[in-house]
Design a protein around this ligand. Structure first.
Ligand SMILES: Nc1ncnc2c1ncn2[C@@H]1O[C@H](COP(=O)(O)OP(=O)(O)O)[C@@H](O)[C@H]1O
Ligand SMILES: [Mg+2]
Length: 253
């Protein structure tokens, strides 16, 4: 079993998009739980078509006896079969934020470990407590970057902190790629980790978000879904080659 953290230095790079699509595909490999630990700005539940949760991770952080009630089961209707994804969402409550004891997070994850084959954590951006505690609660950290220097250099800082904390950064996921081949090499060198996924910039992501269905479920034949499939195969340890392609191939699809 593996606890996988999806992190980044900068916000808005695609952590939630990647967490939801990766976790959806991991259900094809084993039982999967997706946790929204972006407690200040949670939005994972909307991505999966759930309402603002009545009972959420915030309640579990206050009182662990809420755990089972805070886990929601989402049915994913893939073309050939239906899979279930468990989701532990966060909820938006400014009041609750003041009382949160994030230190309990690690214990909660430890308690869930034996129930699932994969746990994916959608982590807050940066290096605050909503990022650091989930990072140290994980086995493998993946850093999401966009093909631009600012986002890569911010993730470089997260890598350094993960290294100091003894957490393994297993790879970099480049999101919103439009054929910037040189940025792939730049990211690998600057961060000091391997690229494990290249996900193109695609309007389909936004459309599917609005419908509350991850693109890999809604449009499994699309190019972007294939890229998510390759990322997932890489993460589960299959032998896939992730090769950057140029602008022309991006434009031609
Ligand atoms: N590959 C992509 N192509 C196009 N838009 C994307 C892609 N990935 C993310 N986005 C968009 O970028 C915005 C931020 O993505 P999100 O996953 O919420 O980032 P984060 O969780 O890192 O803040 C959203 O509006 C989302 O639809
Ligand atoms: Mg997010």
């Amino acid at each position: 079993m593996a606890v996988i953290a999806i992190c980044s230095g900068k916000g808005g790079v695609g952590k939630t998009t990647i967490s939801a699509n990766l976790a959806s595909l991991l259900t094809l490999y084993g039982s999967t739980l997706l946790i929204d630990s972006d407690i200040a700005l949670p939005n994972l539940h909307t991505f999966l078509g759930l309402d603002d949760p009545f009972i959420s991770l915030l309640d579990v952080l206050k009182d662990e006896s809420y755990l089972n009630e805070a886990i929601y089961r989402v049915k994913l209707r893939f073309r050939l079969n239906v899979k279930e994804l468990d989701v532990l969402p966060a909820s938006t409550s400014v009041k609750a934020l003041e009382e949160i004891d994030m230190n309990k997070f690690k214990n909660i994850v430890e308690g869930l470990r034996n129930r699932y084959d994969y746990i994916v954590i959608d982590v807050a951006a940066g290096l605050g407590k909503y990022a650091l505690i989930p990072i140290v609660s994980s086995d493998d950290v993946y850093l999401v970057v966009n093909p631009e220097k600012a986002s890569i250099l911010d993730s470089q800082k997260v890598k350094k902190i993960a290294d100091i904390s003894g957490v393994r950064v297993k790879g970099i996921i480049m999101n919103r790629y439009k054929g910037e081949k040189k940025m792939v090499e730049y990211a690998e060198n600057a961060i000091g980790a391997e690229i494990v996924g290249i996900i193109r910039d695609s309007n389909l992501v936004r459309k599917c978000w609005e419908e509350g269905v991850p693109v890999v479920v809604k449009k499994p034949q699309s190019n972007i879904a294939k890229e998510f499939f390759n990322l997932t195969r890489k993460i589960v340890g299959e032998d896939v080659e992730i090769k950057p392609y140029g602008k022309l191939r991006y434009l031609l699809g």
